[in-house]
Design a protein around this ligand. Structure first.
Ligand SMILES: C[S@@+](CC[C@H](N)C(=O)[O-])C[C@H]1O[C@@H](n2cnc3c(N)ncnc32)[C@H](O)[C@@H]1O
Length: 274
């Protein structure tokens, strides 16, 4: 799949896809010319976009470590999981809580192709931990919740860590991502946690407007949202400290960032109350 090798037939390489652009920014090889072209157009508007992608991955790691550590969670549902790469949910749980069960969901065929290729290694050898992949769409949350991949892996009577990292901006307002997220939150028991990051115009409105224009030209949906719109995704769940903050400022490990506003994403983790 490296560079412009022939792709499996269901993968349309003519149009840019967010999973492959993200892979490009993270230095991966599962991307094609159209992905790199739009990735570079985004980079012109926001030169630090690669750092922002990496900051999202770092947040994902911190959020999973928090959920597995302090919150004691052993079941994860990662929607918009992306192309497998260092620091993804499965690799973090493999280190901090190898007995975890993880369901990774994405709607991009290239992510499915990777999951099929790595199917053997996704199942933990000790028989307790397990990672499964589900090809499905956030916009149809009931299908995710009803799927045998999910019901056969997660016990929805026990707390779940739901991850929606750098993916909700790919669903338009018209498609009502708030309703989809609410359906998922309603299905999870008390003690569950949700981690969300979302790009926002609140940090640099002009740069974000340029990115949206580039996305439109590439025929990609990209909807930055302001603070209150992002907060609505958490519903009535309780945001844990420090609340919803710029992604680099969420429980940084080591030295605090010099400028937490340098990555234009809101981030937070919330807990479902009893
Ligand atoms: C920017 S990547 C983020 C990857 C990963 N969450 C991370 O933070 O490293 C967004 C991912 O969401 C997926 N995605 C976009 N829309 C989706 C939808 N409606 N349902 C499921 N996945 C979706 C894309 O295919 C892509 O893999």
């Amino acid at each position: 799949m490296t560079n412009d090798q022939p792709a499996p037939s269901q993968i349309d390489t003519r149009l840019p896809h967010s999973a492959r652009m993200y892979d490009y920014w993270l230095g991966g090889s599962s991307n094609f010319a159209a992905d790199r072209a739009l990735g570079q157009a985004f980079e012109q508007a926001i030169p630090s976009i690669r750092t922002m992608a990496m900051e999202n991955r770092r947040f994902l790691g911190r959020a999973v470590r928090y959920m597995a550590g302090e919150a004691g969670i052993r079941q994860f549902l990662d929607i918009g999981t992306g192309v497998p790469a260092a620091g993804d949910t499965h690799s973090v749980t493999g280190i901090v809580a190898p007995d975890s069960r993880v369901v990774c969901v994405d709607n991009d065929p290239i992510v499915q192709a990777h999951a099929e290729f790595h199917a053997e290694t996704l199942t933990d050898g000790d028989g307790r931990g397990r990672t499964v992949y589900l090809q499905a769409d956030l916009r149809r949350p009931e299908e995710i919740l009803r799927s045998p991949a999910l019901t056969g892996t997660l016990d929805l009577e026990q707390p779940v860590g739901l991850l929606l990292v750098a993916m909700l901006m790919l669903v338009s307002d018209r498609e009502d991502p708030w309703a989809a997220v609410a359906t998922l939150l309603d299905a999870l028991p008390a003690g569950s946690h949700v981690a969300i990051t979302h790009p926002s115009q609140d940090f640099d409105p002009e740069a974000m407007a340029d990115v949206v224009r580039a996305a439109e030209q590439g025929r990609m949906t990209l909807v930055p949202r302001d603070r209150s719109q992002v907060e609505r995704f958490f519903g009535d769940w309780e945001l844990i400290e420090p609340g919803m903050v710029p992604v680099m400022g969420w429980r940084p490990e080591g030295e605090p960032p010099k400028d937490p506003n340098a990555a234009y994403y809101w981030a937070g983790v919330a807990r479902k109350k009893a």
